[in-house]
Design a protein around this ligand. Structure first.
Ligand code: F0G
Length: 481
């Protein structure tokens, strides 16, 4: 995005790319939307994309690639072992992160599996700024637990704190004093996903590193959302404003013992991997790659995706490339705030996060307000968002609900995919929905998987609220689109 001033004084993000391949979209009418979401068990994960207009479920694996990434895919070296493609990728990773060793994996959660199996044992506790769903599932699978030591500002919905993803340093210090012997590693997540794509500062990461060194435990970085975090460090952290994106990346990498990432996000491709300079950690994890992922020189990734990733990582070092997501999101957040809609501020990475607890303050958390809002948004617009709240938690062994700290509807803006008029449409329909929010009712599970239930659980509305919402939509818009 370029910082170009408009003559009218208007501030809109201006794209520094042009669209050269398009995909046709379909906007089903409101009756078809009701039918589709009912078929999908009121879970947006279960919708078929033929029924989705704007797919704002996630940025994972759906960012637009550049022409250079596409071109690189043709040069891939197909080989089970010793592929040149792998060496090109490892070299790029070494150049960017300064790490000697790279273990490829098929996606981010595969890295979490390898790391958890290697480091976590029964009774361990992993402190982190905040958990991610798959991270926590892998740690608990090994008999461990997570403790979130996020700074208190992190959970404030409206705030002007620039680094809501920071670790609470005094809390971490006292936790380590008390329970340090149970800690296999400390995890920091860049662009903290579940609290609205909020970044940590470089200063905070380096303070965490100091505590890790003091207690002799490794610092593990989840770099899946690093691109957004890098941009925020560059523009929000005073001491970093003269550092290049490359220099900031290196400072981050130097502070960490292990870096893993989902390349479905970082590098706008698909795949993942673990990077380290520590020979011992590398040797401990290495045998698991052929066991769970694939041979050491592809790890479950397609060679074409690896080539695209190599180019994508290089492009991530370009501020004008990585600012597109955050600037689009900021624009959307500003428009939602103007319309009085409760949304996480400041805007973060990944997408806009609507506060469903406030939006649907007539619903209890047991009625899954964020899930209900995701369904209502789909009905009102054909836009598919994702629940990030209590539905995304796992019940306790006694069956009781773990009520989430936040109830969010995430409307992801995959990088370089949507136009501003599409963003404007989503804002418009959400504004309509906000005015009719009393019509939104709750949901309850009819089929509830034990682990990661939000992915494929099925739900039903607790009343006929969806029919009422559809009727109001038709009355207000005069047609059914
Ligand atoms: N870590 C973070 C911070 C993530 O956001 C994700 C995925 C993963 C790990 C797992 O990576 O999907 O490649 O296995 N987040 C996606 C999302 C699913 O929609 O936010 P993966």
């Amino acid at each position: 995005m370029a910082n170009v001033k408009f003559y009218t004084g208007e501030q809109i993000p201006l794209e520094m790319h042009k669209v050269r391949i398009i995909q046709r979209l379909n906007l089903p009418n409101v009756d078809e939307r009701l039918e589709a979401i009912t078929q999908a068990g009121n879970n947006t994960f279960l919708l078929s994309t033929e029924h989705v207009f704007l797919d704002m479920l996630t940025d994972s694996g759906v960012n637009a690639m550049s022409d250079r990434q596409q071109a690189a895919m043709f040069l891939a070296d197909d080989a089970y072992a010793g592929s040149q493609t792998f060496f090109r990728l490892s070299k790029k990773i070494k150049e960017i992160f300064g790490t000697e060793h790279f273990l490829p994996a098929h996606q981010g959660r595969a890295c979490e599996n390898l790391i958890s199996r290697t480091f976590v044992k029964q009774g361990d506790i992993v402190p982190m700024n905040y958990h991610f769903t798959t991270t926590k599932a892998h740690i608990t699978e090994m008999g461990g637990d997570v403790v979130e030591l996020l700074c208190p500002e992190g959970l404030e919905v409206t705030s002007d704190d620039p680094f809501k993803g920071n670790m609470d340093i005094p809390a971490l210090q006292s936790f380590m004093e008390e329970k340090g012997d149970k800690v296999p590693f400390i995890r920091m997540e860049a662009g903290t996903n579940l609290i609205g794509g909020q970044p940590f500062s470089l200063e905070n990461l380096e303070q965490v590193r100091d505590i890790c060194r003091q207690y002799g435990v490794p610092l593990v970085l989840d770099a899946s959302l690093l691109a957004d975090n890098l941009y925020f460090i560059k523009v929000r952290e005073e001491q970093c404003k003269y550092l290049s994106i490359r220099e900031i990346t290196r400072r981050i990498a130097d502070a960490c013992d292990l870096i893993y990432f989902s390349a479905r996000k970082l590098g706008c491709a698909r795949g993942g991997g673990i990077c380290t300079n520590n020979e011992e950690y590398y040797r401990l994890m290495r045998p698991l790659v052929p066991l769970f992922e694939g041979f050491l020189t592809y790890g479950g990734m397609s060679v074409r995706e690896m080539e695209a990733l190599t180019v994508g990582l290089e492009e991530t070092m370009d501020e004008e490339m990585i600012n597109q997501g955050p600037l689009y999101i900021e624009h959307m957040v500003d428009k939602l705030v103007e319309a009085g809609i409760p949304v996480i501020t400041p805007g973060g990475g990944l997408g806009c996060h609507v506060d469903a607890l406030k939006f649907c303050d007539h619903l209890t958390q047991e009625e899954y307000p964020a899930g209900a809002l995701a369904v209502a948004m789909y009905l009102a617009s054909g836009c598919r968002g994702m629940e990030r709240g209590t539905m995304s938690e796992q019940r306790r062994p006694d069956g009781s609900e773990v009520l989430s700290n936040m109830e969010l509807l995430r409307l992801a803006l995959p990088r370089r995919v949507f136009t501003l008029s599409q963003v404007k449409y989503a804002v418009d329909r959400l504004t309509w929905l906000y005015e009719n929010r009393q019509l939104i009712g709750g949901l309850r599970f009819t089929e509830e998987p034990e682990v990661l239930r939000f992915f494929y659980g099925r739900l039903e509305p607790t009343s006929d609220w969806q029919q009422a919402l559809v009727a109001k939509f038709k009355a207000d818009f005069g047609d059914s689109l």
